[in-house]
Design a protein around this ligand. Structure first.
Ligand code: VGL
Ligand code: ZN
Length: 201
């Protein structure tokens, strides 16, 4: 387990049915194992008084993010559907903070920033102010998917000056092209993100 403390936040990225359940529309291979690893981390983080924040990919029925509207992805994580719900095996205290991304049709993958699909402007989410107000200096990222939301979240955390760790055995990649997940981890390392495991290989 990672070492947590009051100035650390564990960011649990998009552990939702559409990504983590084999019946989900954008199922990420290995998603179920990620849920178990994340549960252990959440338990440790809560015990050691770290902040825990869960994110949800949260799309309207139509968004340029979806292939049917000109984007890249099958329909997934539509607001208030089974697919957008947190995976039922994810164990988080009900006092948890949840950040929902994309509710107004914004695009982009990071938990910190969204992109207005019309103007291209970058819009911050509530995450950074929330972490700053809590005195957080260190961010630990786990969840789905390595090559999209985990990567962009960790890169933004680093840019914003947080000491940033990605838990490489508590993430899984879409791998549209084989190797995308590995390439994402290499880029993260190049950008000063620490890669760590929750348990020995
Ligand atoms: C994600 C693809 C599309 C993710 C979200 O959570 O990584 N990937 N939307
Ligand atoms: Zn999405």
């Amino acid at each position: 387990m990672h070492r947590y403390g009051p100035s650390t936040a564990l960011l649990v990225v998009d552990v939702q049915n559409d990504f983590a359940d084999p019946a989900g529309s954008l199922y990420v291979r290995g998603g179920e194992q990620v849920v178990e690893r994340v549960n252990a981390e959440v338990e440790g983080a809560v015990r050691d008084r770290a902040r825990v924040v869960c994110t949800q990919d949260w799309h309207p029925e139509h968004t340029p993010h979806f292939a049917r509207d000109g984007g890249a992805w099958p329909v997934h994580c539509v607001a208030d559907t089974w697919g957008s719900a947190l995976h039922p095996a994810l164990r988080v205290p009900d006092t948890i903070t949840v950040i929902r991304k994309g509710a107004n049709g914004e695009d982009g993958y990071s938990a910190f920033t969204m992109r207005d699909p019309v103007t291209g402007a970058t819009v911050p989410t509530a995450l950074e102010p929330l972490l700053r107000e809590a005195g957080v200096t260190d961010v630990v990222v786990a969840g789905l998917a390595t090559d999209y939301c985990v990567k962009e979240t960790a890169l933004d955390a680093r840019r914003l000056g947080f000491a940033t760790t990605v838990l490489t055995d508590a993430v899984a990649a879409v791998d549209l092209q084989p190797g995308d997940g590995e390439a994402a981890l290499a880029e993260l390392r190049d950008q000063g993100v620490i890669l760590a495991r929750t348990q020995p290989a």
